[in-house]
Ligand binder design. Structure first.
Ligand SMILES: *[C@@H]1O[C@H](CO)[C@@H](O)[C@H](O)[C@H]1NC(C)=O
Ligand SMILES: *[C@@H]1O[C@H](CO)[C@@H](O)[C@H](O)[C@H]1NC(C)=O
Ligand SMILES: *[C@@H]1O[C@H](CO)[C@@H](O)[C@H](O)[C@H]1NC(C)=O
Ligand SMILES: *[C@@H]1O[C@H](CO)[C@@H](O)[C@H](O)[C@H]1NC(C)=O
Ligand SMILES: *[C@@H]1O[C@H](CO)[C@@H](O)[C@H](O)[C@H]1NC(C)=O
Length: 403
């Protein structure tokens, strides 16, 4: 332990005979040799400060990244398990990534990774800037012919095997690839976050949530080059509320069933989302070769502003330019409700339920849907293939669901 770096602030002293314990401790990154000038590599200061924070005997342990400074870090890993009941990373100073692939020294998996941490609160007024431009310009997504192009690029902020996590107020911008990944984690609350990267930045999803349970994303703004939120396999009890999405590709569940895998996604609810100029609104996409199920999904109170494809189910996801054959298996999609949906669509097929013959979609419910064409003289319609369910109240364009 760095005795000079860690300062115990005793807010409560339990005096059991011969036993005194600090209730909270604070490790200020500036006491660990961080320069905070945005140029010097401060990664090792973060590692040292994290080690003390994680090993602290206090009940609440804080890693303080003070305002008025910008910290350049390469790939940093904050590993648990930790001793304190609660860990606070107070991020008030800015964090910047190395400027593009040529300057990147660490692992290209992620800029900031928390793994196996229980009881983490990451909050503050800071911006984490992934400085992704150099990566986007050298990405295979944008330049498939480029020799040495980057298929995989770093994620700005990643949680892996974490439990009881709160991410509050942080801004994450210009990530080389996905901005925030939540993977194999439980009980995660994401609140008042701001994600921003250009509409044409490749694969820069806002949040990707996978193999996780009980994750909520609320009161946040996502402007990105890919999905605002994408929900991957083995996810359940995912709650999205009060989100502004766009530019971006909308909110998607999937792609599921890649390589014939057995999907299991259930209890997803998306409430009160405004979509601005996104390519899709809410989309469920599954590969043709997949198996398993997606069920108990509700999309409620959606507001579409000039969205190309507001509601999409695509069970024919396939990368082959010649198309894929309709195989005897598919990921079953069951019990999906779309209610209180308003706004404008810019493509003709505003409701597109393109389900497969082998595993038709079942129990799809449309309630109170009032979509209009973006341009008054154009018309919009719905299209259904193998989609079964019911409608309640007004549905415009008229529903094509089979009973
Ligand atoms: C530790 O933090 C929690 C959550 O903020 C707080 O409720 C609790 O009072 C703190 N405990 C101590 C001993 O400071
Ligand atoms: C932090 O702790 C880990 C595990 O105990 C150790 O491997 C690493 O060297 C420590 N890092 C620093 C900067 O002290
Ligand atoms: C879900 O996570 C929240 C914290 O984000 C927690 O308060 C709640 O108890 C969790 N629910 C369940 C069923 O574990
Ligand atoms: C359909 O899903 C909703 C949650 O989205 C759930 O409340 C309801 O019980 C499910 N219906 C059936 C028949 O399973
Ligand atoms: C449905 O999917 C098939 C197979 O990918 C595709 O050929 C067809 O155009 C799609 N229909 C609609 C209405 O999108």
């Amino acid at each position: 332990m760095d005795l000079f770096g860690i300062i115990y602030i005793v807010t409560l002293v339990c005096t059991i005979p011969n036993y005194t314990m600090a209730a909270s401790s604070v490790a200020n990154i500036l006491n660990y040799g961080a320069a905070g000038n945005g140029v010097t590599d401060d990664s090792s200061a973060f590692s040292k400060a994290w080690n003390d924070t994680c090993a602290s005997v206090a009940e609440n342990s804080t890693l303080l990244v003070p305002s008025g400074h910008t910290f350049l870090v390469h790939s940093i890993i904050f590993s648990g398990p930790c001793k304190p009941l609660n860990i606070f990373v107070q991020l008030d100073g800015g964090i910047v990534a190395p400027n593009g692939p040529n300057e990147w020294k660490g692992s290209i998996d992620s800029l900031i990774l928390f793994e196996k941490v229980d009881g983490l609160t990451l909050s503050g007024t800071a911006t984490i800037d992934g400085r992704g431009k150099g990566w986007w310009d050298a990405s295979c997504a944008r330049h498939p012919q480029l020799k040495g192009c980057y298929g995989r690029r770093p994620t700005a902020l990643k949680l892996v095997y974490c439990t009881r996590v709160k991410l509050l107020n942080i801004h994450v911008i210009n990530s080389p690839q996905v901005h925030v990944i939540v993977w194999n984690s439980q009980n995660v609350e994401i609140d008042t976050m701001y994600i921003n990267s250009p509409a044409l930045s490749p694969n820069t999803d806002g949040f990707h949530i996978e193999a996780s349970t009980n994750v909520s994303v609320v009161h946040s703004i996502v402007k990105a080059g890919d999905d605002c939120i994408s929900i991957g396999d083995k996810s359940s009890y995912i709650h999205v509320r009060n989100l502004f999405c766009g530019p971006g590709h909308g909110i998607s569940i999937g792609s599921l069933g890649i390589g014939g895998s057995v999907a299991d996604v259930h209890n997803i609810d998306v409430h009160r989302v405004h979509f601005f100029g996104t390519t899709n609104g809410v989309r469920i996409k599954t590969y043709q070769v997949g198996k398993g199920i997606v069920q108990h999904v509700t999309f409620n109170d959606l507001n579409f502003h000039h969205v190309q494809n507001p509601i999409v189910i695509d069970q024919h996801y396939c990368f082959d330019p010649h198309g894929c054959p309709d195989l005897p298996t598919a990921v079953h999609i069951d019990n999906v409700t779309y209610s209180n949906v308003v706004g404008t669509a810019s493509s003709e097929i505003a409701l597109n339920l393109n389900c497969s013959k082998s595993a038709p979609c079942t129990n799809i419910n449309f309630k109170e849907i009032r979509l209009k064409p973006e341009k008054p003289l154009k018309s919009i319609k719905s299209s259904c293939n193998n989609a079964h369910g019911s409608t309640t109240g007004v549905v415009k364009p008229a529903s094509c669901l089979h009973g």
